[in-house]
Design a protein around this ligand. Sequence first.
Ligand code: ATP
Length: 277
Amino acid sequence: MININNLTFGYSRRKILYNDLELELKEGNIYGLLGENGAGKSTLLMLIAGLKQPYSGTVNISGHFASDASPEFLKEIFFIPEEMTFPNVTIEKYLSVLAPFYPKFDRTAFFEMITEFGLEPTMNLHNMSYGQKKKALISYGLASNTKLLLMDEPTNGLDIPSKSQFRKLVAKHMSDDRIFLISTHQVRDLESLIDPIVIVDSGKVVFNETLDYITEKLVFTVAEKVDQSDVIYTERGVAEDKVVALNTTEDFSRVNLELLFNAVLTQKEAIKSALSK
Ligand SMILES: Nc1ncnc2c1ncn2[C@@H]1O[C@H](COP(=O)(O)OP(=O)(O)OP(=O)(O)O)[C@@H](O)[C@H]1O
C-alpha cells in the first residue's frame, strides 16, 4: 500500500500546487493518472518518487518514507520520466550498474523485453532515438520488480506496434504485489490497461475509481439511448451526441475515458453525486 497524506507542495510558496493532497494506492493495480496540461501529474510522480520535497505531508511505501530516501524506500521504486538522460554506455553496461540497486531485478525478463522491442544489448543508450531510449527505460523499469513503478507519459515517442507491445509487457509484468502509476494524455494507448482512474485538478485528486465501480454507476452511450433526465454530460458529435448518464440498469457499458475525463472536469458535483448513489 502507498499512502500519500496531507501533501502540500508548490514551486513557490506564493503559488501552491497541491494542498493537503490525499491518495491511497493499492497493490495489484495499474492506476491511470489523468489531468489537464499543468494540472501537476509529473510533479505528483516526482513527489512520490522523493525527487521533490513537499512543504508538508508524507509519502509512505510499506512503512518507508520518501523524504528519508532510505535504501529500503529507493529499492522499491522506479521512475520512468518523460525526459530521459542516459550516460554514454551500452544497454548491458547500464544494466550492470543499475540492477544491483534493485534486489528483485529480473535480468532474463529484461533481455526478453529488449529483444521484443527490437533493441540489442550492445546498443549505446546515448546514441539511441527518443523512442528507443523509452523502450530501454520501460524494460529496465518493468524488470526492476519494484513495488512501485511510476511512468510519465510512457507511450510518447513509441510507434504504433510498440504501443501494443508496451501494453502487453505492462500487463505481463504486473503482479499482486506491484503498483503501477501511469500518467498519460494518450488514454486510447492505455485503454483496457489502466484501472483505477485517478484524475487531478486544481491541486486535488478529484477522482479515484475502478472501472467496475464507474460502469456500475455511469453509462457511456449515445443520447437517444438514455432518458434525458439521467444525462450528466453531453459531447456533441457530427452523427450523434455522446453522453455520460446515470446507470439505471444492471448492464455495464464500456468506459469511454475521454468522455469520462471531460465529464469529471466539467460536471464534478454531478459525477460525485452519481458515484455516491
Ligand atoms: N520547475 C518548475 N518551476 C516552476 N514551476 C513549475 C516547474 N515545473 C512545473 N511547474 C508548474 O507546475 C504546474 C504543474 O506542472 P506539471 O509538469 O506537474 O504538470 P503536468 O500535469 O505534468 O502537465 P503536462 O500534462 O503538460 O505534462 C504547472 O503550472 C507548471 O507550470
